[in-house]
Design a protein around this ligand. Structure first.
Ligand SMILES: Cc1ncc(COP(=O)(O)O)c(C=O)c1O
Length: 385
């Protein structure tokens, strides 16, 4: 059997490997606290679940339009207006099974052997994997601890050249929890305005999990770059709907039909049931969602404070998402060694920084999608490393 050569360029999400290892140890009867997982620990709010059940009972069992039902795309348009006061046509909105296909599509559309794609490092591992699969050269944009893991605008400008076809931005950031505020985003847009040959993929999947009373500086707010902007968004993190597989994205006029064609070729349409649940998520009561965000902020404060009490850990204060990205170099262990010991000896599942980029050897990612009680127990266990 001869598989295509490009298939060997695909990488994976090692967070899932940690999860599998943690689950195996759990099945063997070990007491494992999971701080490795990248999904909210809260159930999907009941009103959304009920809308999904109703969709089934109402007979929404068939294919839908490949770009998603119009009612949902209209609801997304309204949500964008509520959040950012921008008028975006439902015709520019694409509904997909989760946000991930948007990374797949954007890299396939802009990747070629003579192209370069810039991506955040550390960053969500699917970026580099898919860039390599597309045939383009992956160009890491280093996010440094001393810059609070924010983009260094000067460094980014040095990375852009005539072959750059796409730049991937992720704010708030997975795995660091870093959040770039409006002023920083304005500086970034000022730079991007100079390079009209470059398309931007802004991954804003954590846009609703932002702390310290900050608001989301979505790139959708900047008309000057909108004709070459793709925005990845969705229900997974905000509405605790990772398993429903539902995402939305904004595509400019020049790209929306191409992206929709990829949908037809790939998955025909997003799940009908999830789409009706998605309408309720956007248009129904949001009290539960606000409570969840406040709980994440409480945990962020707790994790940041408690981790920094450990002599072997330095942790910068995350501004969004539900991750902390502490530096463990004072333990004289690499992040990978630290994570292995944490799981095998102390029953705490965490992900090594190198799962998110080769340079992050001194770091681990801690997900605080777990209860304060469990987080407290886990940090106590980590104090023995
Ligand atoms: C930065 C980032 N982008 C995209 C995704 C994909 O989200 P979804 O589950 O909606 O496909 C994730 C999920 O972990 C993520 O962390």
């Amino acid at each position: 059997m001869k598989v295509s050569k490009r298939i060997f360029n695909l990488e994976t999400e090692t967070a899932f490997t940690v999860l599998a290892k943690a689950n195996k140890l759990k099945l063997e009867g070990k007491d494992i606290i999971n701080l490795g997982i990248g999904q909210p620990d809260f159930p999907t709010p009941l009103n959304i679940v009920e809308a999904g059940i109703k969709a089934l009972k109402d007979g929404h069992h068939g294919y839908t339009p490949s770009n998603g039902i119009i009612e949902l795309r209209e609801a997304v348009s309204k949500e964008i207006y509520r959040a950012y006061k921008e008028n975006i046509s439902p015709e520019n909105i694409l509904i997909t099974p989760g946000g991930k296909p948007v990374i797949f599509f954007a890299t396939l559309i802009f990747g070629d052997s003579d192209k370069e794609i810039i991506y955040p490092d550390p960053g969500f591992p699917i970026y580099r994997s898919m860039i390599k699969y597309s045939g383009a050269k992956p160009v890491p944009m280093n996010l440094k601890e001393e810059n609070n893991f924010e983009i260094d605008i000067d460094e980014l400008s040095r990375l852009i050249n005539d072959n750059t076809s796409l730049i991937i931005i992720n704010n708030p950031n997975n795995p660091t929890g870093s959040f770039m505020n409006e002023q920083k985003i304005i500086d970034l847009v000022n730079l991007l305005e100079k390079y009209s040959h470059v398309t931007i993929l802004s991954d804003e999947i954590y846009s609703n999990i932002i702390f310290d009373k900050n608001t989301m500086p979505s790139l959708l707010k900047f008309e000057s770059i909108r004709n070459r902007l793709i925005v990845l968004e969705g229900w997974s993190k905000t509405f605790c709907m990772t398993g429903w597989r539902l995402g939305w994205s904004f595509w400019p006029n020049k790209l929306i039909d191409i992206a929709n064609k990829l949908c037809v070729n790939d998955h025909s349409c997003p799940t009908s049931i999830s789409q009706y649940a998605g309408i309720e998520a956007l248009e129904g009561p949001k009290d539960e969602i606000h409570k969840i965000k406040n709980e994440f902020e409480k945990r962020r404060n707790f994790v940041h404070e408690e981790l920094n009490k450990l002599p072997n850990i330095n942790c910068f204060k995350p501004g969004g998402a539900f991750y902390a990205f502490p530096n463990v170099s004072k333990s004289n262990l690499t992040g990978k060694e630290y994570a292995d010991i944490a799981l095998e000896k102390h029953g705490v599942a965490i992900v090594p920084g190198t799962s998110f980029g080769d340079d992050a050897k001194e770091f681990i990612r801690i997900s605080y999608a777990n209860s304060i009680e469990n987080i407290e127990k886990a940090i106590k266990r980590l104090s023995n490393i």
